[in-house]
Design a protein around this ligand. Structure first.
Ligand SMILES: O=C(O)c1ccc(O)c(O)c1
Ligand SMILES: [Mg+2]
Length: 562
């Protein structure tokens, strides 16, 4: 299907937007009036610029507050038609009236829209009438369609917008009753589920399909069944997108539409990950790994990379870097070729995540080069999850990457106050829970590098904590006593500095190590079917990490001035 995007969805001036949109491979744009008004080029030049880039101008918008008025403003409409002729745009979006002067009268609305369509026809222009979710009298897509049917003019059709339909909880099945040729345009936006005024929700929180919680594939399926043949067009109003890099946003938009088309074909992910093959760290972390019970079981013959193992937990360590960090994650899959090809189909041949971590589906022979010896037995059984901090303006893009390219499913999303902001986090996992990734949103103004961590699983956390406390107390992140005063759990947790959580499925015990470079480790024990990540305790961790960071900084200052 043809792919289009509204110019309002990306940042920049009109010419910057067009260049970024074209580079991402779109076929056309919805041109927003504001973008034209602020552009120094005459409409003819904009038309040429778009054509040179291979973009058609699919739609011009918005034309507001026209229908069901005491007297409709046709002169204003004529001015739009003339601009559209110069642009070479043949469809004008009219959104349902929000003016207090609008009259609740479908017959009047239909007769005035009919008049508008007659005038538009003289210019070869079509009118696409859209119900805004907050329209004064018309705010349901089937209501807009009834008015279009009543007006009965070939140059008048309806524009469907997934946000307006799904945000109101309307059932999209009704789309199938609209003749396909009367659906002049289809706008797509997803959104996170928020309990707020629908206008604010629409203007600030829309996102690309797959980044929110709406069932876009279901809605588009109904439109295709109705016989819709126009473009799939992204129309996103989003405070972050307005500031983010236009090229990256356009690229994400294209990825979301490719994934949507795959979902429509029933081809989600051909080979979902089934486990962590390894996590790859950089820097001098051998000391910490040894303390945690890992054995260095091999070294790469040609590269400065070591393999460290314990149970089924495998860590690669690139020893050349000075500062410890988490570089990459290798994922097991039942079909390496299919998984890699799938990533490429979603414009991610290198599988680099928006936060810079590299992901891969290594083939089964990846360990052969390491000539590994057997690891000593230890408490750690496997990698439970990795947690990656995302730059604030890449959070939605990261969600899309992990969901589509890696085939993970969104789990809980949380917002928790911490000492210096609000921690926003989203967990994603494979269907069987063997691969789990937690995305954390970097705090604006966070003073240190965004932290990443690897969570390692054990079957007996209290035993692991006892051992670490006896052998490497300096390695454990100390937990404030006050935390335990409010905790209804085993008193030994306090002595061992272990944190606790429970959900309806089970319980969770965990502890953290201190940070090395920008990484730390977590050791976790899931009891029963606990599904979470102990996120309620993250603010405690962040507070302690911040204090330690500030103390280190002060000590270094003192050292420098001494
Ligand atoms: O927020 C708005 O006003 C607005 C305008 C045009 C649209 O197509 C839309 O979905 C919303
Ligand atoms: Mg719209």
């Amino acid at each position: 299907m043809r792919k289009s995007i509204a110019t309002v969805s990306v940042s920049g001036t009109l010419t910057e937007k067009l260049a970024a949109i074209a580079a991402a491979g779109f076929d056309g744009v919805e041109l927003f009036e504001n973008d034209l008004l602020t552009c120094p080029l005459p409409p003819e030049e904009v038309r040429l610029r778009a054509a040179d880039l291979g973009l058609s101008i699919e739609l011009y918008q918005p034309f507001r507050d026209f229908e069901a008025m005491p007297s409709p403003d046709l002169r204003r409409a004529e001015r739009k038609f003339r601009v559209m002729e110069r642009l070479g745009a043949d469809t004008l979006l009219v959104c349902s009236n929000v003016s207090p002067q609008a009259v609740d009268d479908d017959e009047l609305a239909a007769s005035q829209l009919r008049l508008l369509a007659e005038r538009a026809a003289e210019h070869g222009i079509r009118i696409a009438y859209e119900a805004l979710a907050w329209g004064r009298h018309v705010n349901e897509y089937l209501h807009a369609w009834r008015i279009v049917r009543l007006a009965d003019h070939p140059n008048l059709g309806t524009c469907l917008d997934s946000f307006h339909i799904l945000s109101r909880g309307s059932d999209p099945i009704g789309i199938e009753a609209i003749p396909g040729e009367k659906i002049f345009f289809l706008q797509l936006a997803d959104a996170p589920l928020l309990a707020m005024d629908v206008l604010q929700w629409s203007r600030h929180y829309r996102c690309f399909p797959g980044q929110g919680t709406f069932d876009l594939a279901g809605l588009v399926g109904h439109a295709l069944k109705a016989g819709y043949e126009g473009p799939l067009s992204l129309e996103v109003f989003n405070d972050h997108f307005r500031q983010a890099d236009a090229g990256r946003t356009s690229h994400d938009g294209m990825r979301s539409l490719i994934a949507l088309e795959q979902a429509l074909r029933g081809a989600d992910h051909p080979a979902e990950p089934t486990g962590f093959a390894f996590a790859e760290l950089a820097g001098p972390v051998g000391g910490v790994l040894t303390a945690l019970g890992f054995t260095r079981t091999g070294a790469h013959p040609d590269e400065p990379v070591e393999l460290w193992e314990q149970g089924e937990a495998r860590l690669l360590v690139d020893t050349t870097a000075a500062d410890p960090s988490l570089l990459a994650v290798g994922l097991e899959t039942p079909d390496q070729a299919a998984a890699t090809e799938h990533a490429a189909s979603l414009l991610s041949p290198t599988m680099e995540a928006p936060d810079g971590t590299r992901h891969s589906f290594p083939d089964a022979a990846w360990r052969d080069g390491f000539a590994p010896s057997l690891p000593a037995p230890g408490d750690i059984t496997h990698i439970d999850h990795v947690a990656l901090t995302q730059p604030w303006h890449h959070f939605d893009g990261a969600t899309l990457f992990y969901r589509t390219v890696l085939g993970l499913r969104p789990q809980e999303s949380l917002e928790l106050p911490d000492p210096y902001g609000l921690l926003r986090s989203k967990a994603m996992s494979s269907a069987d829970g063997r691969v789990r990734v937690v995305l954390n949103l970097a705090q604006v103004g966070a003073e240190s590098m965004p932290l990443q961590h690897v969570a390692l699983a054990t079957d007996d956390l209290l035993a692991t904590a006892c051992r670490l406390r006896a052998e490497h107390p300096e390695l454990l992140l100390p937990i404030p006593c006050n935390y335990y005063d409010d905790l209804d759990a085993d008193p030994s947790l306090r002595e061992l500095g272990v944190l606790h959580d429970r959900d309806e499925h089970g319980e969770f015990l965990h502890l953290y190590t201190v940070t090395v470079g920008r990484v730390f480790f977590e050791i976790v024990q899931r009891i029963g079917g606990y599904r979470g990540y102990g996120a309620v305790n993250a603010p405690v961790r962040l507070a302690v990490q911040h204090l330690r960071w500030a103390n280190d900084l002060a000590a270094r200052h003192q050292g420098a001035s001494a």
